[in-house]
Structures are given as C-alpha cells and as structure tokens.
Design a protein around this ligand. Sequence first.
Ligand code: FA5
Ligand code: MG
Length: 457
Amino acid sequence: MRTAKIVPLVTSLRSRLSQLPVWTARAYSTKYPQEIQLDGQSYKTDEWTNVPPYILELTKRQLHQNPNHPIGILRDLIQSNFKDLGYTFYNNFKPAVTTVENFDILGFPQDHPGRSKSDTYYLNKTHLLRTHTSAHEHECFLDCKTPGYFITADVYRRDEIDRTHYPAFHQMEGARIWSKDTPNFEEQLVKDIESIPKTNIIVEDPVRDAPTHPGNPKQDYMTEKQAQLISIHLKKTIEFLVHNVFETARESAKLAGSTEPYLNEPLKVRWVEAYFPWTSPSFEIEVWWKGEWLECCGSGIVNQQVLLNAGLTDDKLGWAFGIGLDRIAMLLFGIPDIRLFWSLDERFSLQFQQGKIATFVPYSKYPGIDRDISFWLPGDSVLHENDVMEYVRSHAGDLAESVVLIDEFVHPKTGKKSQCYRINYQSMDRSLTRDEINVIHSKVENDLVDNFDVSIR
Ligand code: FA5
Ligand code: MG
C-alpha cells in the first residue's frame, strides 16, 4: 500500500468530514421495506430511513431491565442508593421518539451535527431511535409527582467501532425541580444540599463558588445565588452517585482478592465546564480511574423554556444530568470489550447475578483477522466514516472488532481521493475462518461500490 503524502490524523479527518454534506439518497431508497414495525407501531420509510435490521433487533434486548445483566445490576445499584431521596424511576420508555422530542423541544439548533443522518438512526423523517435519555425529560417533568426522577434506557448512535463504542448503549437521566415560590427558597436549597449523604471523594472544582460567567451563563429568571446553590446540589448529587458506584467497585475488587494500589487511594473527580443546548450553566464530571480521566456524565441547570415546553409553570427551576452506564459497567465488572454486553453466550451471562459486582473472567481470546479495503472515491463524492462503519456492521455484525481509516491521500494529477480502511474481524465466542471473512469482506466491498461508486484499488 502506498504511504500517504497528505495524511490528516483520523480525529481531525473525522471532524472535517462531519462538516461536509454527506450521503446520497439513492443509496438507501431500495434497501428498506415500505414500513418498519417497532413496538406495535408502523413507520412508513422515506429518504431519511437509515436504521438497519440488526439495530432494530437490539431494541428488543432491554439489557437495563435484566436484573442479572451487568447493565441491569448497575441500574439497580444506583436506584437503591437514591431510593428514599425523592426520585421516581422510569425504566420502560420505548426507543422510537420524534425529532421534536429528541431535538426541537430541547432547543437543538437546526444545523446541530447530532441531527444528521451520519450520526443518528432515523426510522423516517419524523421518527428516530433516541440518541439520549434527555428525549424523555419533558414527559417526566410533567408526569413526575416527586421532586426528582431517573430515566434509564437504551440509546442509539451511528458511531465508530472500537472497544468502548457500540451503536447501542445505555444512559441514565436524572433531574430535580424546585419552585421559586417555596418560602425561604434559598434556605431550603441549603437544607436540601445538606441532606445529600456525605462522601469522602476528592473534588477538583475551580468554579464551585462562581459557577456562572458570560461563557457559561446563568439564566435571567434566577438569581446568582440560586444558580450557585442549584449547581452545588447537582454536583453533590452526582458525586454521591459516582462515589457509591466506585466504592462498590473497589470493595468487590478487594473481596475478589485484588491488591492493586489504586484500591487504597481516595476517589478523585473533577468538574469541567460543558455546553448542551438545553442547560445553562452546564458541566461534565470526569473520574480519575486507574490512571486516566474518564468522561462520565453531562449535566446542567435546565433552560426555563424546556420546563415551559413540558407544561410546567414559570416558577419552576432545576437541574438535569445524563450518565453513560456502559463504560462505567465495563470498569465495574472488568469487561474488556463493550460488545460483550450484547453476547448471548452463557459463558458471559452466567457470570453475573442480581446485586453482585463480580469481576468478569474472560473465557478465551480468539485471534482476529485484519483486512484492508482501499479505493478511489469518485470526483465530488463524500463518504462519511460512519457510513463505512455501518456497512461493515451490517454484514459482519458483532464480528467487527474495529474499523480504522489508516490512510488517505489525494492524487496530485487526477485530484481523486484514495482511502484505506483496516477492518479487524474477531469473534468473542469462537475462531473465525478465512473463508467466512472473505465472504463478509466482499459484501462490504460490493456495498461501497454499489452505493458510492468507489473503485476498489
Ligand atoms: C448527553 O447525551 C446528554 N443528554 C447528557 C445531559 C443530560 C446533559 C441532561 C445535560 C443535561 P453526551 O453525549 O456527552 O451527553 O453523553 C453522556 C454520557 O454518555 C457521556 O458522558 C458518556 O459517558 C456516555 N456516552 C456517550 N457516547 C457514548 C458511546 N458511543 N458509547 C458509550 N457511552 C457513551
Ligand atoms: Mg460528552
């Protein structure tokens, strides 16, 4: 293979590609049935449809509802820690939502990349598989009879393939509301902060005392003091959640006989500022775990418009957060590859039991098979990395261990672009044969040729 003259890093290429117009409608017009059935509803497909059958299959699994699955065990653990603290738990929301629920109601701008077909699975122009649990905030704000709520659900994103990314994962949304008309409101906020159980974790938070500024502004309808107290309540609630989860992980590791030095170090977290279209100010928490900062959870004070959209009165204010469960469960249970959560192999499922954090014992590591695919793109066309991922996944399913763009260059004379992707095929459960991989790999090649007019090199 030729080495590239112009080799952008994969990451910068990714962000560059995501800004370009992508996808040609012709690619999918013939591939989908006229209607897709999901959870008792029928969706007429159209030029927006891009959800493949194997993703629809995943929506049936509901791993967070399985009390003996690591994702279900983690959900139970968090819920049990918040049982008597004034929260309602919602665990039954179906994955199909409208673009209004997933984006509009939350104030996503029309040109937000999350709305694009390269990032999101659409059933059709108006319905999609939720990309986050925030899609259900409005109905819970309206329905909920307690001060706060939690929503746990499976969410879907067209994404890269590697050990920590899968097109389906799980989030837990938390939210908490107050009325500004509460007598002595600020004193009540202080009391509510004091009632959150104490933790001994080390917190780095340079903006705890002044959480709002022009770059991460407070909303006009609350005072500086209220924004500060609500931010502290939010942060302490998430710190309590993270503390419980990681302390449980530490205890189980010790019980299992581990003597690693990190087990005796206090847990350390840091707050960083963030941006979400429907919260202000906004924050993210990162946890220091085995030598690196792990992004866990986005959060912020909910924009008043979102609460008004949900039908609440204009005296209401509060916070929300969304935490990713899968990566935390990987750490908690020592699971090396995110695909394992979806395994139907009993050597996986029989290792986990309700209420117990067991460390996963790998049953074996089967060798992978690497295959490269190199091609010229036709003159003006753009191929999104996520599209390549999707073709690989649709033929290889969970046998696709990783897909990486390893080479790209533009021919100096013809101006044509060449790309080379390396696909690693590997099974969690068995050895693969070269023949079966050849068959899968040529289907991927054929799809790229048929849908994008690429010429294989
Ligand atoms: C959100 O999804 C927001 N809805 C969170 C939020 C809720 C903000 C309420 C404000 C108020 P984000 O895209 O950063 O934010 O995802 C939240 C968490 O999900 C991340 O911190 C990460 O832990 C997890 N996550 C995101 N993408 C993936 C992925 N592809 N695989 C596994 N986990 C992921
Ligand atoms: Mg994030």
